[in-house]
Design a protein around this ligand. Structure first.
Ligand SMILES: [Zn+2]
Length: 223
């Protein structure tokens, strides 16, 4: 596949040598990778995978290798952070983290799933973490539909229901409380696991702690 990257408006027409300063390059691609597909579905016309690989070649790979140099595999702070895949959440900035300090597990919602348990179990038993910091957030996409509705949509479109649940929620504090309880009782996590859970206000980035034994109430909005 031939890719030709054209300088974007903020690129100044200069070279792409590090530090990389690209936003959304226009990319010409072959007919099999038409950017019109993205446009038709209402998202960026960039061909995303190609954009990332362009940035890798423009210095990302070199920078990542330098950042990881000398780091041990076990996280230095013995902590795992579970949060949503929401692209606005910068976990490292939020908690002042550096590379090598924590495991970061992300999925839609930052919810506890079988695969999160799998990862946490390995994180704890093979790589020495003990604390789990759970962060879900206001304005999450998982609060915009119900499990049944999403399942119904998929069944209508593809002819079968998914074998998994979305873990959709209305109130992130209720979801955090439920997931904290699940983590604390999971038999595969070590007994000394310390779990703390929070709701992040996606507007102010205030963190509001959630406690397992507090009664469910609507008064937990972050901020
Ligand atoms: Zn989210």
């Amino acid at each position: 596949m031939v890719i030709e990257a054209l300088p974007g408006p903020d690129d100044g027409g200069g070279s792409l040598s590090p530090p990389v300063r690209v936003s959304c390059l226009a990319i010409r691609v072959g007919p099999r990778h038409s950017a019109r597909v993205g446009a038709a579905r209402g998202y960026c016309e960039c061909v995303s995978n190609d954009e990332l690989l362009h940035r890798y070649e423009a210095g990302g790979g070199t920078l990542a290798a330098a950042n990881a140099e000398g780091l041990a595999v076990p996280p230095a702070l013995h902590t795992a952070v579970l949060t949503c895949m929401d692209s606005r959440i910068d976990v490292f900035a939020l908690f002042g983290l550096k590379l090598g300090e924590v495991h970061v597990l992300r999925n839609a919602g930052g919810v506890v799933t079988d695969d999160v348990i799998r990862s946490l179990t390995i994180s704890q038993r093979k790589l020495g973490t003990r604390d789990v910091l759970l962060v879900q957030h206001s304005g999450c996409g998982l609060a915009t539909f119900t499990d049944d509705d999403f399942s119904e949509e998929l069944a209508h479109e593809v002819g079968m229901r998914p074998p998994w649940r979305t873990h959709a929620f209305r109130d992130p504090s209720v979801s955090v409380r439920r997931d904290m309880a699940q983590l604390r009782h999971d038999p595969f996590l070590v007994p000394e696991t310390r779990v703390r859970g929070f709701v992040l206000d996606i507007e102010t980035f205030a963190l509001d702690e959630v406690f397992v034994d507090q009664p469910a109430s609507p008064g937990l909005a972050a901020g």
